[in-house]
Write a protein that binds this ligand. Structure first.
Ligand SMILES: Cc1ncc(COP(=O)(O)O)c(C=O)c1O
Length: 362
């Protein structure tokens, strides 16, 4: 309905229609952020943020070894050097100690990922970053509405980046993204980079381009769909949190499975429900996942290849120093689904299947 309204309006783009701006205002205000710039994806949100921060050749950007590839590829696209840091054993988010070990004179930014919807320990990371004048970019692609000490993630660093891909907490019809920030100059530059470096645009477009930009725009149909999803965001979060709490209570009884940890400072937005099959169980993770899948349930391994070992980085010489926690987690983690349409009987099916598989493989 919303998408067809945008389609019928005949004004299909961010440049011609009003839906994109409406979406930006709604999403930005919900965060209490200075402003919001919608993008074509979460990847391009991170890309435009790094571009606007002036990250380029010769700069180093610290990023976790355990995350989705798109947390790091925009660093390479900007011609900068990704430096992989390890993650915290419990939250699976960036470890401040590991970041401190990787800082150099060339470090310009840290991409902090709120993985699986669990906030990273922002105070520890900000303290290190501020002491060195390093920008903190929050990759909140998986964490809309998650709270760190009561503050929404994405509002704590200099810029917060979101994805609205199809399975994210809200979607803009399959693909989409946004950045939020209180820094007016940064917002202006992100907006400019999103659209071919054109600016300043007042009144009629002058087709005057002040710097090298991109086409990272969101469409009207995406934004119109996103507005409808946005109105249900709180309801979706409630359902995800309810599902995650239920599973944690039931899976906690099953010996070698560690349900997701929740730090004292955090109210997560469970995007994916990621558990650890402890290695002391002596069960191979691939066999375990295959056996649960054979019971007809959606399950997968979680990031089985850490980023430094991905050929795109390794073969280009960016493997860097070891990240032992990320390497171990790659062989221990699996993902279950807790999105709003998952119901209690589906969660009970997980518990039954996992109990059965553990018994068979132990
Ligand atoms: C942590 C993280 N960062 C960035 C992205 C990129 O978002 P998109 O797929 O919208 O480009 C994703 C998407 O899954 C993600 O999970």
């Amino acid at each position: 309905m919303a998408a067809s309204e945008a389609l019928r309006s005949g004004q299909l783009t961010q440049l011609t229609g009003g839906f994109v701006r409406d979406f930006e205002v709604a999403f930005g205000q919900w965060h209490g952020a200075g402003d919001c710039v919608a993008t074509s994806s979460g990847t391009t949100a991170i890309h435009v943020a790094l571009g606007a921060l002036g990250i380029g050749s010769g700069d180093e950007v610290i990023v976790p070894a355990h995350t989705f590839i798109a947390s790091a590829t925009p660093i390479l696209h900007q011609g900068a050097t990704p430096v992989f840091a390890d993650v915290d054993e419990a939250t699976f988010c960036l470890s401040a100690e590991s970041v401190a070990e990787r800082l150099t004179e060339r470090t310009k930014a840290i991409v902090v990922v709120h993985l699986n919807g669990h906030p990273a320990d922002m105070d520890a990371l900000l303290e290190i970053a501020r002491a060195r004048g390093v920008a903190v970019v929050e990759d909140a692609a998986q964490a809309h509405g998650a709270l760190y000490k009561g503050r929404k993630v994405g509002t704590i660093g200099v810029v917060g980046c979101f994805s609205f891909w199809e399975d994210k907490i809200i979607t803009t019809g399959g693909e989409g993204g946004a950045v939020i920030s209180d820094d007016e100059a940064l917002v202006e530059r992100m907006r400019r980079l999103r659209h071919h470096g054109e600016g300043p645009v007042e009144g009629e477009r002058a087709y005057y381009h002040v710097e090298l930009g991109y086409n990272f725009r969101m469409t009207s149909m995406q934004a119109a769909t996103g507005l409808v999803q946005f109105r249900r965001l709180e309801e979706y979060l409630e359902a995800r949190r309810r599902n995650a709490a239920y599973l944690s209570e039931r899976l906690g009884e099953l010996g070698p499975i560690d349900p997701p940890f929740v730090a004292e400072y955090a109210v997560p937005s469970p995007y994916k429900y990621v558990c650890r099959l402890r290695s002391d169980a002596g069960i191979d993770i691939s066999r375990f996942v295959a056996a649960v899948a054979a019971e007809g349930l959606p399950i997968s391994r979680r990031y089985p290849t850490p980023l430094p070992q991905q050929p795109v980085f390794r073969d280009a010489g960016f493997a860097g120093a070891p990240c032992p926690v990320s390497e171990r987690l790659a062989g221990e983690l699996f993902t279950l689904l807790v999105h709003p349409t998952v119901e209690t009987p589906d969660l009970d099916d997980y518990v039954t299947a996992i109990r059965k598989v553990l018994k068979a493989l132990s």
